[in-house]
Design a protein around this ligand. Structure first.
Ligand code: A3P
Length: 328
């Protein structure tokens, strides 16, 4: 599995067959009824593994590409909305934003589970410039052309305690396809243990976070590291930082007009959650759209983790992030 490679000159059917063979040869385990495949040290769900393998070799980055990277449940949906709004603010004023009628995940598709989901590149030619992509792949596994180019990467990170709780509700809503808010407390022991031993979609979470964290320190012009909690606490400051990094800084005039607050309100949890477009349908044929908008709070873990789970996870986080300079 270490030297996985596909021949980019194969025809589509052959390419898909070969990816299928490679996927079938990977270590596979089931989590809450969902099979996960281990590839280069990361566990991937079925809707991403083919896209990871093929995009690594087929994705061609442009220097102007903007990439949003995250560990799932860390604020991806929010950042998709924010980045889209900042970058396209001269095309669409907040009150005419496409976000009002299109889900953030459809406006900013994910490399591995949308564009390359079945192994073949899709819908890459119709994207407006600059292209905005999202990914949950760890930095080490990103397509080489992204790492070799000067395209900018924004990484959003969230406290692992809130992330596991969010992930738990998300997986439950996917498996049960029911209302995510009506889930039992505390979270399932087995689910929690798996998360702590690095066995969940896109886990180990510490590898995902640390990979981008290290590059953000070495190459701050290439990777912007953001925190969900900071965005909640001081969204105007964080939006200014984000816009400058993306190459679309707010002018003094825009700031004085209150445009930053307007974008912040447009992309707020309450606003997005209550839009009709975000209240219906299934994404990737199995995820209720509503599952992307659950509670949107900092510290909700106290309602879903037992004190002993909190202690275990805090200890693990301390151990895994020791010496990195990252504190949660
Ligand atoms: P909770 O389950 O804690 O509510 P992702 O987008 O990476 O899948 O992360 C989903 C988490 O972000 C969920 O957290 C979701 O409610 C929250 N979220 C979604 N949109 C948000 C927004 N606009 N502002 C803040 N949080 C948001």
């Amino acid at each position: 599995a270490k030297n996985i490679s596909i021949n980019v000159n194969e025809d589509d059917q052959e390419l898909q067959n070969n990816i299928e063979k490679l996927v079938n040869a990977l270590p596979k385990e089931t989590m809450c009824g969902i099979p996960l495949f281990q590839y280069n040290g990361t566990w991937y769900p079925p809707n991403a593994i083919r896209g990871v393998i093929s995009s690594q070799q087929l994705f061609q980055a442009d220097e102007s590409d903007l990439i949003l990277a995250s560990f799932p449940k860390s604020g991806t949906t929010w950042l998709k909305a924010l980045i889209f709004s900042i970058v396209n603010r001269n095309r669409y004023q907040p009150k005419h934003s496409p976000l009002l009628s299109i889900q953030p995940h459809d406006l900013v598709p994910t490399i591995e589970s949308d564009h390359f989901r079945d192994g073949l590149p899709r819908n890459l030619h119709q994207l407006s410039q600059p292209r905005i992509f999202s990914t949950h792949m760890p930095y080490a596994s990103l397509p080489h052309s992204i790492k070799a180019s000067n395209c900018r990467i924004v990484y959003v990170c969230r406290n692992p305690l809130d992330t596991v709780v969010s992930q738990w509700h998300f997986v439950r809503s996917m498996v049960k396809n029911n209302n995510a808010s009506a889930q039992p407390n505390p979270i399932d022991d087995e689910f929690f243990d798996n998360y702590c031993r690095g066995f969940q979609a896109f886990c180990p979470f510490w590898d995902n976070i640390l990979g981008y964290w290290k590059v953000s320190l070495e190459k701050p012009e290439g990777v912007l590291f953001m925190n969900y909690e900071d965005l909640k606490q001081d969204s105007v400051f964080e939006l200014k930082r984000l816009a400058s990094f993306l190459g679309f800084p707010f002018s003094a005039e825009e700031e004085a007009q209150g445009l930053i607050e307007e974008i912040s309100t447009l992309c707020s949890f309450e606003n997005l959650k209550n839009l009709e477009v975000n209240q219906k349908g299934l994404r990737l044929s199995l995820i209720p759209t509503t599952a992307y908008f659950r509670k949107g709070e900092v510290g909700d873990y106290v309602n879903h983790l037992t004190p002993s789970m909190v202690e275990i996870l805090n200890k693990l986080v301390e151990e895994k992030f020791a010496g990195s300079g990252l504190v949660f």
